[in-house]
Design a protein around this ligand. Structure first.
Ligand SMILES: O=C(O)CCC(=O)C(=O)O
Ligand SMILES: [Fe+2]
Length: 265
């Protein structure tokens, strides 16, 4: 059995098949900080998102190359090629082309079982998407700098309380990068690395700190487009790059909060 399959067996209690009681998933998440819901978004929705996200990256890359070519790059440091694009930037780039995905995303989330899991997790009747906290990500197999080390999303957004609906737009965990998550709920903000060579010094938590506090059994879900990983602002996680990865992974992070207890962002 492969290492990843073994890891999936160990964490089958976090893995909810289509038709499972997703309210239970939301409640389990209160104890583990993470769960996976299978096949919750239809292929048409995933295709639409993939199209919007790919277009966002294509435009960002073209812009970056163009400014490099004109020499204007020196004045436009924000146009360097990146492996994440803020969701709001994607909206700005593609709105002039007639694409307005936000209504589609809100409607798809509200019509999916994910929404019931969110209601159970937040113990609320209504949840909202938080556009400012949403990001699309591209993980190329050879790119090293965008592989995120262990972190908690709250490090970037102190005081915020949200759930990340991490939506893979291609199959991941074998041929493309997935996530590695520590299935232990905590509301502690862990201390950041003191390593001077960290590529992500504003979020990185040392692996030794994580393993000594929580053990080294991490959940590395193998995911299909349409599945969603749910985890909260304190959940410890990092990019998992399978040794055989050859595909570029695209994903979108839809972040949601309790409508009656909104995040300050
Ligand atoms: O996609 C990844 O590899 C990391 C994503 C992440 O850290 C997040 O969604 O908060
Ligand atoms: Fe994160």
């Amino acid at each position: 059995m492969s290492e990843v399959a073994a890891s999936n067996d160990l964490f089958s209690y976090l893995d909810f098949a289509p038709g499972a009681d997703v309210r239970e998933a939301g409640e389990i998440m209160r104890g583990t900080g993470v769960c996976v819901l299978r096949s919750v978004f239809p292929p048409e929705f995933i295709d639409y998102l993939k199209f919007c996200v790919s277009m966002g990256f294509d435009l960002a890359d073209a812009r970056s190359k163009f400014f490099g070519y004109t020499g204007l790059n020196q004045f436009r440091a924000d146009f360097v090629e990146r492996d994440f694009v803020l969701y709001r930037e994607i909206l700005e780039m593609i709105a002039p082309l007639g694409f307005h995905p936000h209504g589609v995303i809100e409607a798809a989330v509200k019509a999916s079982p994910v929404y019931h899991a969110m209601q159970a997790y937040f113990q609320t009747s209504e949840c909202d998407t938080v556009q400012q906290l949403m990001v699309a990500r591209r993980q190329r197999p050879k790119a090293r700098t965008s592989v995120l080390p262990f972190h908690q999303d709250v490090a970037n957004y102190v005081h915020a309380s949200f759930v990340n609906l991490w939506v893979p737009l291609i199959a991941c965990g074998q041929d493309a990068a997935s996530l590695e998550l520590v299935p232990v709920a905590t509301d502690e903000l862990l201390s950041l690395t003191s390593r001077s060579d960290s590529l992500h010094p504003t979020v990185e938590v040392d692996e030794e700190t994580v393993f000594s506090r929580f053990g080294s059994e991490c959940y590395r879900p193998v995911l299909a487009p349409g599945d969603v990983v749910l985890f909260n602002q304190h959940t410890i996680h990092r990019t998992y790059m399978p040794p055989a990865a050859s595909q570029t992974r695209l994903s979108i992070e839809i972040r949601m909060c309790d409508h009656f207890n909104p995040t300050p962002y």
